[in-house]
Design a protein around this ligand. Sequence first.
Ligand code: SF4
Ligand code: FES
Length: 232
Amino acid sequence: MDVTLRIKRYNPETDVKPKFAEYTVDVEPTDRVLDALNEVKWHHDGTLTYRRSCAHGVCGSDAMRINGRNRLACKILMKELGKKITIEPLIGFTIVKDLVVDMDQFFANYKAVKPYLIADDAPGAGERRQSPAERERYDDTTKCILCAACTTACPITWTNERFVGPAAIVNAHRFIFDSRDQGADERLRILNGGSGVWRCRTVFNCTDACPRGIEVTKAIEEVKRALLYERL
Ligand code: SF4
Ligand code: FES
């Protein structure tokens, strides 16, 4: 079937501002949006620029706005979208070129919450053990692929550059509630600050945007509750 992709294009070296370009491509209903973008790049206009790698919803590199919603281009089937599809870069970040945005601040915020196991004592019997129930406590937030769909769907991040954003909090949650970790108080102190969880207004855009089905807002609320009732 023929579909028309309406893609927001921007080359900072030649364009004053972004503008839409249209491409009509022949696709199968079961093709993904990423296949359609590849069709444009490989057969219509090789200058079209977008990130992609795994093509299977694992690497998180091809999050973009598709018909006004943050989605992974490699996960959405053409038959879900109709005959005219609008594709834009994630909003809230500087556009590098076309659908590629500058992720530097996103990853700086991620690193700021110390998203790794902090444990100074030696592991017992060669490994740090935990029960299935302890592992289950943070299972949901282990699924994050750092695509930024949640953070760039959050209206607070559009107006407050200091807010670490939902993705950083999800990755802090993953370690705060890990029974083997000893860095929870340190992370909670960071998230109790001016750029932390109290900037969240519980809009739920983040949960709606997450391609991994992570209950992002719930994770943020659990961190808030830990700050209020359990620690510090
Ligand atoms: Fe992407 Fe979901 Fe992780 Fe946010 S929580 S970065 S939407 S995978
Ligand atoms: Fe890896 Fe889409 S290309 S998640």
